[in-house]
Design a protein around this ligand. Structure first.
Ligand code: ASP
Length: 715
């Protein structure tokens, strides 16, 4: 009995948030929640050095890059550093077979050579405020969930309108802890962000998909951009005479390197975590959703890979798409393995049991949460059916171009409804222009192969009575003939036949579009999903959210002495930890850093993920590392630490105890990818690119050392 109790206690302690190193903290609450602990762990900064409403602080150097990544300002001329994989679509967009910046890298040798990137943004945080009380004004404990949502949304609109009135800022309010808290973010978004430099892929993507999400790692995953502003230092659309942005703050760069045990922190915009999930949700992710998505992506990737290897134009044109599909394919694989290995579902179940036990002193509360848990169970038993349908929709039916383009065409048709002929022509001309570009590198044979494979997987994966009727009719007409069905679709549909489609767009013919075979297929697919899946899915989602709101609120009350952090939701956070190796499995310990020697050991001229260009080999042979070498004489490349990060933290600055830049965050280790759902301090590590290697590549490899003159290097 005693033993059982001890085990239970261990599980509870293990699952409670905010163990050492775990947590993604809101910068404006650091003083209250973390400052003491950070100092105890070696941090030399005050909470105000990190975030301050009234004065310049580190937060003024942190950028949300392109909406989904992080970057840091490292010069007074708006120079920013992020990952190669974050700049990848911009780099690919400027590349062609003649100017292959993906393969060979790109470096602007002066400001006039920097490349513009329409659509790319750099967002800074001006201020963060807790607006929970305002959002909840006029609501009470008896307000129904539906009314609550409407009232809160109305308030949020007012708050945003108020704080953005008469200034050039934008703002948004996000719910935290499933709506127990609401936080306002006031932001400034720059729209002229130019590419300054990117290393060749053999550096920036060294190890490719094989090494992605893995340690030990030798990837030089960085690229550099510059933020431009108008003459008043304000955000502006691209203009030739825009000037480099003068930031309030830029980061100093430490040349000292790190050693095991050093304090580190990561400042950035983590995307999404779900640390408070109910056990059934973890079970669904681990046993259903992740495996389904992995299998669907694996198929698509293997086809893409084959065609991309055979044709250079295809390789470049589809590089960014391939990389993003592959990234999460591998992440989900690691996640499901990690969750299984650590017996996540049972750990959650034990935790939930203990939680209910702790409520025993208050029978009414105990009953209430027993009901909450029962509701979780019954909702998830339905939810997982819809989740599977949705996974097939996103990863399978929207995996080939006939469907993707038909969906875009539907938006186009809707956007011109009720418009004058002239405006209609304009919209269609715009679409024609972008499609003309698309068709230049479109690989129809590859797309058809994917379509056929996806249809087959759909037929095998989704029960007949749950299939889109129009698609199932094709299956009935032509049983098991997926190539044949694809031929029909791809011979007839305009969306995959350049002349037909451009013609329809030139004549602005809505009728032609609406009669298209793929258009009709898409329409019935979206109708089916809207009526039979999405509506139900979002309804259950809202019900689950209401349960989680109660559950997370009660957690903070039951475990009063614990500190709770909100799940990541693409808002600015601080996470801190220590430089530390780890034990991936029995008998093996991974060192905390890697060096150029290790990259050389991995070289394989016959595998394009592990090629090394001669110039790097020369530098290595001569040990020409200059001031970038470590005290031990080697060139350090990456290091691991216990910072709790996720996607969106890609490109985040990794800072030392004094707030100096020591590297750029770019990944996590394979054994710890389940940290979005369950963080384990023994095994979860973030991977940081040592800034000295970044500078070495810029200076010694690329010969763009002039950029270092803008930076503040601390020796
Ligand atoms: N490499 C990751 C990504 O691409 C970053 C992370 O999730 O740690 O999103």
């Amino acid at each position: 009995m005693m033993k059982k109790f001890v085990i239970l206690l261990l599980v509870v302690c293990y699952l409670l948030p905010a163990k050492a190193d775990e947590g993604m903290w809101l910068p404006f609450l650091l003083q209250q929640l973390n400052e003491k602990d950070m100092k105890k762990n070696g941090c030399k900064l005050s909470a105000k050095d990190i975030y301050d409403v009234n004065n310049t602080s580190l937060k003024d150097a942190i950028v949300q890059f392109g909406g989904g990544c992080t970057a840091e300002i490292i010069s007074d001329k708006g120079l920013i550093l992020t990952n190669h994989h974050c700049g990848y679509s911009s780099i690919a967009g400027h590349s062609s077979v003649d100017k292959d910046y993906l393969t060979n890298g790109f470096w602007a040798m002066n400001a006039s050579e920097e490349l513009t990137n329409p659509g790319l943004t750099a967002m800074l945080i001006v201020r963060i405020e807790d607006v929970t009380a305002q959002v909840n004004e006029g609501t009470s404990a008896t307000t129904s969930d539906k009314d609550l949502e409407a009232l809160q949304q109305k308030k949020i609109k007012e708050i945003v309108a108020n704080v953005t009135k008469g200034n050039k800022y934008e703002a948004f309010v996000r719910p935290f802890f499933y709506g127990n808290q609401f936080i306002l973010f006031i932001t400034q978004t720059f729209k002229d962000v130019r590419l300054v430099g990117a290393p060749p892929s053999f550096i920036g993507k060294f190890g490719g998909d094989t090494d992605n999400w893995m340690w030990p790692r030798h990837t030089g995953d960085f690229s550099m951009f510059r933020i431009y502003a108008d003459k008043n230092n304000e955000p502006a659309e691209y203009a030739k005479d825009n000037v480099p942005f003068k930031p309030k703050k830029s980061l100093s760069i430490s040349m000292k390197g790190v050693k095991e045990g050093d304090f580190t922190m990561v400042y950035g915009f983590p995307g999404r975590t779900q640390e408070y999930l109910f056990s059934d949700a973890v079970d669904m992710t681990m046993n259903d959703s992740d495996p389904t998505k992995v299998a669907l992506r694996e198929k698509r990737l293997s086809i893409m890979n084959r065609f991309m290897k055979a044709n250079d134009t295809t390789r470049i044109a589809y590089a960014a798409n391939y990389a993003s599909v592959a990234n999460y394919w591998k992440k989900w694989m690691g996640e499901m393995q990690g969750l299984k290995k650590f017996d996540a579902v049972n750990k959650k179940k034990e935790f939930e049991k203990k939680f209910i036990e702790l409520l025993s002193t208050d029978p009414a509360e105990k009953e209430k949460f027993n009901n909450v848990f029962n509701d979780f169970r019954s909702l998830y038993s339905i939810y997982r059916v819809f989740q599977k349908q949705l996974d097939y929709y996103n990863e399978c039916l929207l995996g080939f171009n006939a469907m993707i383009a038909a969906r875009a065409a539907e938006k186009l048709v809707a956007s011109v409804k009720g418009k004058s002929d002239e405006d209609k022509q304009k919209e269609f001309a715009k679409a024609a222009e972008s499609n003309e570009k698309f068709f230049k590198t479109y690989n129809k044979a590859m797309d058809k192969t994917i379509c056929s494979a996806m249809l087959e997987m759909y037929a095998n994966g989704i029960d007949k009575n749950l299939r889109v009727f129009a698609i199932d009719s094709l299956f009935m007409l032509y049983p098991n003939k997926y190539d044949f069905i694809t031929d029909i679709l791809y011979n007839q549909s305009m969306f995959v036949n350049k002349d037909k489609y451009l013609n329809a767009l030139k004549t602005a013919s809505v009728a032609d579009i609406e009669n298209d075979i793929a258009y009709k297929l898409w329409k019935s697919t979206s109708k089916y999903y809207n009526n039979n899946v999405l509506f139900q899915y979002t309804t259950i989602d809202a019900q689950l959210n209401a349960l989680y709101k109660k559950y997370t609120d009660k957690l903070t009350k039951v475990y009063k002495d614990k500190k709770f952090y909100p799940d990541a939701n693409s808002t600015l956070r601080i996470t801190y930890g220590k430089v530390k190796g780890y034990k991936p499995r029995d008998g093996v310990y991974y060192n905390y850093f890697t060096t150029l020697d290790g990259m050389m050991e991995k070289e394989n001229p016959n595998d394009d993920e592990f090629i090394i260009f001669p110039k790097m080999k020369d530098l290595y042979a001569k040990k020409d590392y200059g001031k970038y070498a470590d005290k031990d004489g080697t060139l350090h490349m990456s290091f691991v630490a216990t910072n709790h990060t996720t996607g969106g933290n890609s490109g985040s600055p990794v800072l030392n105890a004094k707030g100096e830049l020591i590297g750029t965050n770019y990944d996590r280790v394979w054994e710890g990818t389940m940290s979005d759902i369950m963080y384990n301090p023994n095994i979860c590590r973030n991977i940081t690119l040592d800034v000295r290697y970044t500078l070495f590549v810029i200076d010694k490899y690329a010969g763009a050392g002039y950029l270092l003159n803008e930076m503040k290097l601390i020796q």
